[in-house]
Design a binder for this molecule. Structure first.
Ligand SMILES: C[S@@+](CC[C@H](N)C(=O)[O-])C[C@H]1O[C@@H](n2cnc3c(N)ncnc32)[C@H](O)[C@@H]1O
Length: 290
């Protein structure tokens, strides 16, 4: 059992050598938590840290102003993004619901602050207390739909006026390619053909109605991540995600892909047709004199 599962309101986290504690609560349904506690999966996220191109664009847009920013890095995993943010920000807090991930972060970056907690319940954080809030590498897709909505509301709540939030999310426009990748194919080797049959059967059993639900605005898909251990990953159409951010009052909404790392305005008609596996979203809370 992880510290996260031990109960609501437990006092956890010992950032800065135990000098600061943060109170966290248990999520309603910690989807995929067991998967992210697996040491092998933790180690798969512990490679040489690098930013994806749109993440670099976001970082560049923060510029030297990052030195004056309080940064909250949600779903920090083994700390990939922490290397690029923590040493350069006024303050940094990395959060993940997996205790194993947080222990790895603390091992790798003992001088930085990391806590175990649920991104959809940031009770420890005051309203408008961060300048930059990030949920990188599609981590937000592991929440159920109400949890995802709550997370976006929380990210917005803790953001200062003028602050930036960014995340990436799987793209529902890419689902036909996902389906195609699991199509049964006859190969020259019997072994490969048997493999193809096995994965096609597993995918179709886990997603029996998916092909009839396309085009899908938003939904949880068992896309085979980590050998189908994930209970479902959220795929969302970029225009649907942009509409949600806009409804939350966020402005300057931009979208980017790894192939086109410059952010385009969320209302650009091209955005609705983005075809990449996942899409990056960047937006701003109005106010703050910007
Ligand atoms: C795909 S991994 C990405 C890790 C890291 N951001 C990176 O870019 O390497 C998603 C991360 O989100 C975390 N996560 C998923 N749901 C979460 C939640 N409700 N609260 C906090 N962390 C969560 C997982 O534990 C995992 O570390």
């Amino acid at each position: 059992m992880s510290a996260f599962q031990r109960g609501a309101g437990a006092v956890m986290g010992a950032p800065f050598g135990g000098s600061q504690y943060v109170t966290m609560s248990t999520p309603d349904s910690p989807r995929d938590l067991e998967m992210y506690e697996d040491p092998q999966i933790v180690s798969s996220y512990s490679g040489t840290p690098a930013l994806q191109p749109p993440e670099q664009t976001v970082l560049d847009s923060l510029g030297p102003g990052l030195r004056e920013m309080d940064v909250l890095d949600l779903g920090v995993g083994a700390g990939r993004t922490a290397w690029f943010l923590a040493p350069h920000a006024r303050s940094y807090l990395g959060l993940d619901y997996s205790q194993a991930m947080i222990e790895q972060c603390r091992r790798l970056m003992p001088d930085q602050r990391f806590v175990v907690g649920d991104a959809s319940r940031l009770e420890f954080a005051a309203d408008e207390s961060y300048d930059f809030v990030l949920f990188s590498y599609n981590g937000i897709d592991h929440l159920d739909l109400p949890g995802r909505e709550r997370t976006l509301v929380e990210m917005n709540r803790v953001l200062r006026p003028g602050g930036t939030m960014a995340f990436s999310s799987h793209n529902a426009n890419f689902l036909p390619s996902v389906i195609d990748s699991y199509r049964f194919r006859i190969h020259s080797s019997a072994r490969e053909t048997a493999r193809s049959l096995k994965w096609a059967a597993i995918f179709n059993m886990r997603n029996p109605t998916l092909r009839f639900r396309l085009p899908l605005p938003i939904g949880l898909i068992k896309d085979g991540q980590h050998a189908f251990r994930s209970t479902g990953v959220c795929y969302v159409r970029p225009d649907v995600q942009v509409a949600t951010l806009s409804r939350l009052g966020l402005v300057d909404i931009g979208c980017a892909m790894n192939d086109f790392p410059d952010f385009r305005p969320g209302n650009d008609p091209e955005v609705a047709t983005f075809g990449s596996p996942w899409v990056y979203y960047r937006c701003r809370k109005p106010g703050g004199g910007t």
